[in-house]
Design a protein around this ligand. Structure first.
Ligand SMILES: [Zn+2]
Length: 258
């Protein structure tokens, strides 16, 4: 049974709140988290300092990166080195992010997965290099920009202290899994398109509605002069991934999942 509190007996010996938080959250995930990609009921911690991966599934080998925070995550999730994250994304080895939220008294208030398929070059930004006076002067970290990730990719495992059924969580995860087969460039386009069309007011929409994003897409991809054909191609990509259904006559809707 998933317990909604951290093991405070682990706090002994850790002076700083940051170290305590890391110890408690890693322990909680090791005891309670499960794989979203397969049926494995556990995740294994990776050796310390493994690049962009804190846990791995012992059955399907999928990687997970843990971020934890006292209180709620907001629009930016601070991550590790920018260069390492870019390399990971370009090599199609992006981990799924696990966002763990806890209260001052170490009870777990929220736990959300960010699907690896939607973490792309466009959803991360470089942070300011560390100052010349810092121990790691010039080091550049990155942040995940949450509004750049479509709602489909933010999968609640615990929300408002309520535990979601694992079958439902894995079902939501599975819907996006086929996007992970795409090259990182195509995945980037697909992730951006999905995020844009999720902003449309209805679940069904017309091609002309999607064309309204043309100017916005030109700003994101300044080298691309064929944005309209690219939009149509991306709608096909999202259809082939099982996310959209084509209704004919330039009409589309989000697929209804079983
Ligand atoms: Zn697995």
């Amino acid at each position: 049974m998933m317990q909604l509190y951290g093991s405070i007996e682990l706090l002994t010996g850790y002076a700083s709140r940051t170290q305590q938080a890391r110890r408690i959250s890693e322990d909680w995930v090791a005891r309670h988290a499960y794989c979203l990609r397969c049926e494995s009921g556990e995740l294994t911690p990776t050796p310390a300092n493994t690049e962009t991966c804190d846990f791995v599934c012992p059955q399907c080998d999928h990687g997970y990166e843990l971020k934890s925070k006292c209180g709620a995550f907001t629009t930016r999730v601070v991550d590790g080195a920018y260069g390492a994250m870019l390399r990971t994304i370009r090599a199609n080895r992006t981990p799924t992010f696990l966002l763990l939220e806890y209260s001052r008294d170490w009870s777990i208030t929220g736990f959300t997965a960010i699907h690896h398929s939607l973490i792309t070059e466009s959803s991360i930004v470089a942070r300011k290099p560390l100052a010349a006076t810092a121990r790691r002067a010039g080091w550049v970290g990155c942040s995940i920009v949450m509004p750049e990730i479509a709602v489909d990719g933010k999968i609640p495992i615990i929300i408002n202290e309520r535990i979601e059924p694992p079958a439902q969580v894995r079902g939501s995860f599975r819907k996006l899994e086929s996007l992970s087969q795409l090259s990182h460039e195509r995945r980037n386009w697909a992730a951006i398109m999905l995020n844009l069309i999720r902003k449309l007011p209805e679940d069904s929409f017309k091609l002309s509605d999607v064309y309204k994003f043309e100017d916005q897409l030109k700003l994101i991809f300044p080298g691309n002069n064929n944005v309209k054909p690219k939009i149509r191609q991306q709608l096909q990509v999202l259809r082939d991934a099982g996310i959209l259904t084509f209704l004919g006559g330039g009409k589309y809707r989000f697929a209804r999942y079983k």
